[in-house]
Design a protein around this ligand. Sequence first.
Ligand SMILES: CC(C)(COP(=O)(O)OP(=O)(O)OC[C@H]1O[C@@H](n2cnc3c(N)ncnc32)[C@H](O)[C@@H]1OP(=O)(O)O)[C@@H](O)C(=O)NCCC(=O)NCCSC(=O)/C=C/c1ccc(O)c(O)c1
Ligand SMILES: O=C(O)CCC(=O)C(=O)O
Ligand SMILES: [Fe+2]
Length: 359
Amino acid sequence: MASTISTGLFNSWDVTNFVVNQGHGVKGLAEMGLETLPKPYVQPLEERITMSKTTHEESIPIIDVSNWNDPNVADSICNAAEKWGFFQIVNHGVPIHVLENVKDAAHGFFGLPAEEKRMYLKDHSPTNNVRFGTSFSPQAEKALEWKDYLSLFYVSDDEATAFWPPVCKDEALEFVKKSELVIRRLLEVLMKRLNVKEIDKTKELLLMGSKRINLNYYPKCPNPNLTVGVGRHSDVSALTLLLQDDIGGLYVRKMDGNSWIHVPPISESLVINVGDALQIMSNGRYKSIEHRVTANGSKNRVSVPIFVNPRPFDVIGPLLEVLENGEKPMYKQVLYSDYVKHFFKKAHDGKDTLEFAKI
Ligand SMILES: CC(C)(COP(=O)(O)OP(=O)(O)OC[C@H]1O[C@@H](n2cnc3c(N)ncnc32)[C@H](O)[C@@H]1OP(=O)(O)O)[C@@H](O)C(=O)NCCC(=O)NCCSC(=O)/C=C/c1ccc(O)c(O)c1
Ligand SMILES: O=C(O)CCC(=O)C(=O)O
Ligand SMILES: [Fe+2]
């Protein structure tokens, strides 16, 4: 392949070694001035987004949450979580400078030289809670995904201050903190429809006892149609709150069909989606929907999801309040860390992780 020969990376092993093991990331590869897509990134036809049916006739709901006490707001949120599993919120109260700063900080982190980012690869990182990586699970994947990430598991302010990379820690922490209220409000509203009247301490820990913030970087890609930014998956969180920049590329599977809907960037909005843990706890009422991201041929894209989760040692299953009306449980009780480890050890495979919890 002419382009990889000109970079000095002669075969697929060289490319993977350079990107994954040496910590250059796909950004390092993209910056070599490739003309064609290296082979390890070529996705099978059926996984390419260009081969899928995309529709512009419908879009996920956009909900103005400026008044949380308005019953119409609550209804719209619960309906969206049931029907779409995905929606955007505006007037959510997270200040614009917090959103702008964390996107800038993402560019700041990925703009560091490879030697500095390499310090956060799994084998070098001073803590398991900070991980720089590429693709999703390169050891399990047939084709790599065109994305680098920094994943930060929030334990405490002190831990974050001590271990998160200096170039982005304040901004990432500020986004986590400033989004806490909107997360709580969303969960209160969603719980009410499930017959959970108040979120006591036990419920709070079960729903939002752990948080992970990822900084995702999708560099400009030669032949974006042959690969993906992120393959089809559903999140394993309870709820995900996603900040995207103005480039676009996130697609959501329409629940009742085979078509994919674009999630258009809306300035100052946040994308919210139900994750597997909430689908399980709601006994299937709220839907954790498959989504994927395209690669982009002309721009570098960043996104910043906050995954709101149970704690690793929590056992999750359908909530008692949900089963009180006599409905049959669809999912068993599972240790949350077992569920997450199962997700992380395979390649992205749509909604297959949920099979792990099905009765
Ligand atoms: C995640 C775990 C299980 C990690 O526990 P730990 O003891 O640190 O286990 P570990 O042995 O280091 O990790 C197990 C494997 O998970 C994978 N892994 C761990 N962390 C990550 C990470 N942040 N990103 C990718 N893979 C990871 C690796 O494959 C590990 O294997 P290895 O590379 O070490 O061989 C633990 O912290 C936990 O239970 N956390 C619960 C809360 C949580 O983190 N929930 C997940 C929310 S994330 C979510 O919902 C979606 C994430 C997502 C989606 C699409 C993407 O493309 C993507 O990149 C990420
Ligand atoms: O980048 C995006 O828009 C979505 C990323 C995503 O789905 C994830 O990180 O789980
Ligand atoms: Fe996701």
